[in-house]
Design a protein around this ligand. Structure first.
Ligand SMILES: NC(=O)c1ccc[n+]([C@@H]2O[C@H](COP(=O)([O-])OP(=O)(O)OC[C@H]3O[C@@H](n4cnc5c(N)ncnc54)[C@H](O)[C@@H]3O)[C@@H](O)[C@H]2O)c1
Length: 436
């Protein structure tokens, strides 16, 4: 029997062992999904602390319960640092980070390190699927050569895929199983294996003709968001100058039953994806002599939003005869979006940095992040302030950066001297509101 036929039948019979490499926001939910679908899953990571926690049935991500990890362990899941165990796996799904470097260029070292780490242990009859968000060509240029180097033929011995991850942490309407999964194969046989691999765990698999098409699909989705958020952020600044409430306008426009998708303005872009992924395409497009102007422009607008929020804070304090210097400012929410505990690239951190640089006494409150121990250029250390009436009244201004549901908005409105709202949470002016 051909290697692909054998592999597909092992997948369909739930005999295949699924190796998930990189057990973070993407890898862990995928591990849980395959475990729930009846597979034995082996998790591989380079972080010993995470591996120990998982093997002890604990979670390090707020929205993934320890109970779910314990149940997965009972069903046979184990995490390991030992990459020689790659040989035990039928499928290897790579979910490692793809950040930007200090020059805002793609840093695919995690992907190449992972490919180098698994390559010596690959054997005929396995499928390797890259899920990390990346530029078109990564699978062909960085994964396949490392496999060929081991003397294996792609599409005959080993099957190679790219399948972008669409995980949306905290989304109550869609989860790993119900979010359709795009998959592209390096060859026709690879794609057949890819469809088999994902359709046992995901309700709808969407095949595309190549790994490059799948890579660009993910970037298009995130560029679409980045550009539209940039557009609505620019509209917010224009509307504000004209004395119009942008949130009212977006809500009204959203009643159009066709041809309009609502995007809401905010204090800027955050998270591991939307502020970063578009620049993967910008970098690659340069090799083709092309400039990605929409990406650059929306990036510029979105990156300027924390400064805009701070300028509204400065104006508000000024109206009260106060300077930002030495004012006490409490930033509400430092996660990059509501109801989660992830603060990577969060614009709230940039706001705190900016107001500290101008001499304000900055603090934060976030029910999802009890302490902040510094992160990249944001080298400050703080504990979250408990939101009592007295604590709120003690600040010259509160800046609402992330509108978590767990905030008591009535308590905030009643006790704050000034609320600078960058999320449109407060629609009615209560005397102390500044829309930012
Ligand atoms: N977080 C999201 O919501 C999301 C959504 C869609 C796509 N993505 C993409 O998925 C990828 C992973 O993102 P994430 O948020 O899960 O990252 P993460 O930082 O939460 O997790 C990555 C994991 O990979 C591990 N790792 C790093 N180097 C490794 C190596 N050489 N070998 C094995 N493990 C290694 C890390 O220790 C960590 O546990 C990125 O490309 C990201 O852009 C993320």
């Amino acid at each position: 029997m051909d290697a692909n036929t054998t592999l597909i039948s092992r997948i369909n019979n739930r005999e295949a062992v699924i190796g998930i490499v990189g057990l973070g926001y993407v890898g862990l939910p995928l591990m849980l999904r395959y475990t729930a679908a009846g597979f034995r899953v082996l998790g591989l990571d380079v972080d010993a602390h995470k591996v120990d926690m998982l093997n002890d049935g604990m979670s390090y991500i707020e929205h993934i319960s320890a109970d779910s990890i314990t149940q997965a362990c009972q069903a046979g899941f184990r995490a390991t640092l030992d990459f020689s165990r790659v040989a035990e796996c039928d499928a290897l799904i790579l979910c490692v980070p793809t950040p930007l470097n200090e020059y805002r260029e793609p840093d695919i070292s995690y992907v190449t390190n992972t490919a180098d780490a698994i390559a010596p242990y690959l054997r005929p009859g396995q499928v390797v699927s890259l899920e990390s968000t990346t530029y078109p060509g990564t699978t062909d240029e960085e994964i396949i050569p490392r496999i060929i180097h081991q003397g294996l033929t792609v599409g005959k011995d080993v099957f190679v895929l790219y399948s972008p991850e669409r995980e949306d942490p905290g989304n109550k309407h869609f989860d790993t199983q119900t979010i359709p999964k795009v998959v592209g194969g390096a060859t026709k046989a690879c794609l057949e294996v890819g469809i088999a691999l994902y359709q046992v765990a995901i309700d709808r698999v969407v095949p595309v003709s190549s790994t490059k098409a799948a890579e660009l699909t993910k970037l298009l989705e995130n560029i679409h968001r980045a550009v539209n958020i940039g557009l609505v952020n620019e509209m917010k600044i224009v509307a504000d100058k004209m004395g119009i409430d942008i949130f009212e306008v977006v809500d009204a426009a959203a009643t159009k039953p066709f041809g309009f998708t609502p995007y809401y303005p905010g204090p800027g872009l955050g998270g591991h994806c939307i502020p970063i992924d578009p620049f993967y395409l910008t970098w690659k497009a340069r090799a083709y002599g092309l400039h990605t102007r929409f990406i650059e422009l929306s990036g510029e607008i979105n990156q300027g939003m924390p400064e805009y929020v701070v300028s509204k804070l400065v104006d508000g304090l000024n109206d009260h005869g106060k300077a930002l210097k030495n004012s006490k400012v409490l930033v509400l929410g430092i996660a990059y979006k509501k109801n989660i505990d992830d603060m990577r690239e969060s614009p709230a951190l940039e706001i705190i940095k900016l107001i500290r640089e101008r001499g304000a006494l900055a603090a934060y409150s976030d029910p999802h992040i009890p302490a902040f121990h510094g992160h990249g250029v944001y080298d400050f250390v703080m504990d979250s302030v408990a939101l009592t009436a007295d604590a709120i009244a003690g600040y010259d201004a509160l800046v609402l950066a992330t509108d978590h549901d767990r905030f008591d908005y009535g308590l905030i409105a009643e006790n704050a001297r000034m609320v600078v709202d960058s999320r449109g949470r407060y629609r009615e002016d209560m005397g102390n509101l500044i829309k930012a």
